[in-house]
Write a protein that binds this ligand. Sequence first.
Ligand SMILES: Nc1nc2c(c(=O)[nH]1)N[C@H]1C(S)=C(S)[C@@H](COP(=O)(O)O)O[C@H]1N2
Ligand SMILES: [Mo]
Length: 425
Amino acid sequence: MSNPINSLEKVAGNGLINRRHLLGLGLGGAGLAITGSVMAADNALPFEIPSWSRQPGPGASGYGTRSSHTEYMQRLAGNPNPVYPGGGSSRSPLQYLQGTITPNSLHFERHHAGIPAIDPAGHKLVINGLVRQPLSFNYEDLLRYPMVSKIHFLECSGNSGSLFGANASDGTAQSLHGLVSCAEWTGIPLSTLLDEAGVLPEASWIAAVGADAASMGRSIPINKALDDVLLALYQNGEPVRPGQGYPMRLFVPGWEGNLNVKWLTQIKLTRGPSNFRDETSKYSDTMADRSSLQFTFPMGCKSLITSPSGQMALERRGLYQVTGIAWSGAGSIRRVEVSADGGQSWADALIESQQSDRALTRFRIPWQWQGGSTVLQSRATDDKGNVQPTRDALIATNGLINRYHYHGIQSWSVVDSGEVRNVYV
Ligand SMILES: Nc1nc2c(c(=O)[nH]1)N[C@H]1C(S)=C(S)[C@@H](COP(=O)(O)O)O[C@H]1N2
Ligand SMILES: [Mo]
């Protein structure tokens, strides 16, 4: 008997199926549900009444916890460095997440000197330097200002940096790319506070400094600061988590993670950049021609298949839903193409997100795996026309010494046994 999957419209090599089949046009209806078993046609429950249905469970609680069955979803912490207390990062489990919002407990973290235990009652934000009137705000003052909410990704510019390495390491979506997350950030447009202080005409940059022991500072051009930068006080509806900068952080849409100064305590208006350590010895990019780029702010146009992805195993031949995330620091994602033959042919994936201006965007496409070896890839295009480059094209300009701003195409090899692995093609 012919396999009904074969009647679905193939749109690119090696089993990619038209994305319209995800829009109610028949993956399930044609008896092609990816999993699921046939149920008996009577009204009785076809199974024993389970133990959890035989007695009431615990009641409501003050603060929720997740199911104990999902505790395998954990951030992955890097190795702590004993000479650098509190420094390090933890990565979001991208391969387990769906949609586009990262739960606060799984938002990636990057700290240069750990998480300071800030009592908001004792925290101050000072705006000084080239302003008409230096100002000092406490937390309660700030909560009274009008706020806006924006959904944006945050990505460390060191994310995916291991892909600059000479050999493809056998990592997961999380271990290779988990320094990106996405949340709804609510806060005060920085322009509101800068206008109140009165920016003097000679001020061209701001210097933002955190209250952690790293005293992390970054310089940001005044045009960006007045455009869309937020003083973020809430993250997905609740106060910003301590790991994300409680009680307040800078949020700089689309630009490298490091600029998003956490535990923000000072904004100083200056004539030029302040040349902090984190924009000289760190977070500057050495190119293939040995030149060094400073202030490489926007994050690239990028995408990544999160399922199937590194270290997963396809258990049987048949229909799969290839899904992943795409984002761009320059704007919104217009197109994601997927290849199931190592980049020889491409098909457009379905893009799901409603709001994608510098936010994670979810894509999906059905795929029939017929066994054998192949390479899965995705390629994003944003609304400014930026197209995600191949790894080869990226390293031709950025070289292999640099560890920042990797945004090349990710290749996952699938071998006949079903194992999925990070490879270079
Ligand atoms: N004060 C301060 N701000 C900071 C950092 C820090 O160590 N101290 N780390 C930066 C870096 S390198 C990144 S990538 C982002 C990470 O934000 P997250 O931990 O909320 O994901 O915060 C930035 N802001
Ligand atoms: Mo970072």
